[in-house]
Design a binder for this molecule. Sequence first.
Ligand code: PEP
Ligand code: MN
Length: 674
Amino acid sequence: MNAPNPPDDIETIRDGIDQVDARILELLAQRRGFSVRAARLKGVQEAPSRDLLREEDLIAERIAGGLDHSLDTGLINTVWRQIIDDSVRVQREVLGRNEVDQRSLTVAIQGIEGSYSSLASRQFFDARGLTELSFVRSLTFADAFEAVRQGRADAGVLPIENTTSGAISEVYDLLLESNLHVIGDIRFRVRHCLLGLAEATSSALRRIYAHPQAVAQCSEFLAGLEDCEVIVFGDTALAGKRISELGDPAVGAIASEDAGRLYGLETLSTDIANRDQNFTRFVVLSQQPAEIPEGVTAKTSIVMAVGNHPGALMDALAVFTDTDINLVKLESRPIPDNPTDELFYLDFEGSTGDAAVAAMLDILTTQVHFLRILGSYPSRDLRSRPTTSSSERSATSAGPVEEPAAPPKAVGYKLGSRGHKDHNTVVEVGGVRLGEDPLVVIAGPCAVESWDQVMAAARAVKEHGGSLLRGGCFKPRTSPYSFQGLGFEGLEMLAEAGKAFGLPIVTEVLTPEDVPAVATKSDVLQIGTRNMQNFSLLSAVGRSHRPVMLKRGMSASLEEWLQAAEYILAEGNQQVFLCERGIRTFETSTRNTLDLSAVPVLMQRTHLPVIVDPSHAAGERSLVAPLAHAAAAVGAHGIMVEIHPDPENALSDGPQSLELDQFGRLMESLGVGS
Ligand code: PEP
Ligand code: MN
């Protein structure tokens, strides 16, 4: 509508408004047409006619779009809710579907209707105009996560901390393991009441059913009751339900007033907790990240791990101060598969869509060993300013893999590039600092074969100044008929040998499913050449808290190799190093061709440490020492060599394995450990 502005008299203005309105009506009719077409498609595909979370996202988008035209948030919110309601009505007419079933949002909770989780869910979704909820009842927190993951529920609402009893560690651990996004949180006031049948009185109660947390939180009240036994129950609302079924006026329960109403019980006493202010914070989870309407205050939850040295946590927290981002929460938890390190859960103001937050996260990833974003979401309980305006918002919202202001030259990778991080990554394993220490030597047998074999190899590694003990337990062999390794039994032996000689251990992991179990034992996870582009395996080690040694694919370019490393980094794990092990060329004199030029090239492109494996490159033990020297000369941060107490009888890679005294001479000539 580029017509020149007509002269400003009221009649012309009214005409103009009439024309715009006519156009709006036309557009509404056109929009309805699309709704009808969508309904027909849904009918064919049997898709539900209403997707409440998608609707919320759409409204958020429209609000953001409206702000670009300086339109009021409230106006857009109201108008589009009406438009969407109309669209749903039209679609239902076309489909002839049952209203109620289609409308309800399913929420997975631990517990039953009437539990505090269900009440918090209602409060959370009510405030967002989603009033018709149905619950997927789960016995455990893990089941509730699973229900959302499998799509049996649209969202999950889980308690994460209580003002009296503190953090609910199981939910923190599940949050880290799951792929779900935090899309909201709610502080819910827990008001415990004593409930009983209509004819019951508090003094006549002889038994009270209650959740252990409720027992702890109401201990003073319970101590004041005479002749009354407390029976611990897994769920507050279920306690209420149970006593209503029992029908015995001498039996009471501790639960909410709402649970009492739901199960036909009387409230005998209200607010019986020791503390008046008893709040539980719940997190709301979904498969999709939340859309954050502009102008709405937002919060982001992340989880990170820092190095195990003085000042590591301080350095990471300083990033928040330096970038002026308000940290509102810090909670620490031990790492399940790596108990010497701590994980930190942080909440801060702003969303990953804000340029300032994206820039802060960019810097933070260069300071930590692990970083994962759990979600950005609108939050009401923040003290300060709303999120930044649209011009300051960056285009994408993927967190640490976001494009920075000046994109690096790297193609297809960012976190691993020099542009992202100007200092070298130091991989910390036990006392070893790979990337900083002079030539780190990793050595051990190709495969763990027996207790005696691995102990003899470990002794040699220690005696001659090696830093890490390596042994294969799960062996990817070119032929399916070759020895495949001793599996977890071998890992047990390797771990014991490592412990006996004070050497951290390295072993290869072959499948995503094995990663958690291998990570509990092995200090470093190796990804072998045949798996360099096994992306689900890369993602799995990216989620673990152990350093990863990524070997080069035998036909992979440096670019592809760095992109593979990026898969690991993008999942959160920043402790990655690269191992050049020879590539396939036309030359057949050696098993592979050791690409030593990769070392200086990589050092220009990436901050990740680079080591060299001359054993698999050469395939022949007489070539290992000269190539190891060449690797040191070209600037590798470390080398990895295969050694065996009896190479002639080795079950794998015997011809390339050094005898133990040969290894000793190599170490001496390299000047390592002397
Ligand atoms: C190994 O390290 O024993 C191994 C199998 O190496 P690659 O993956 O480089 O062949
Ligand atoms: Mn080998």
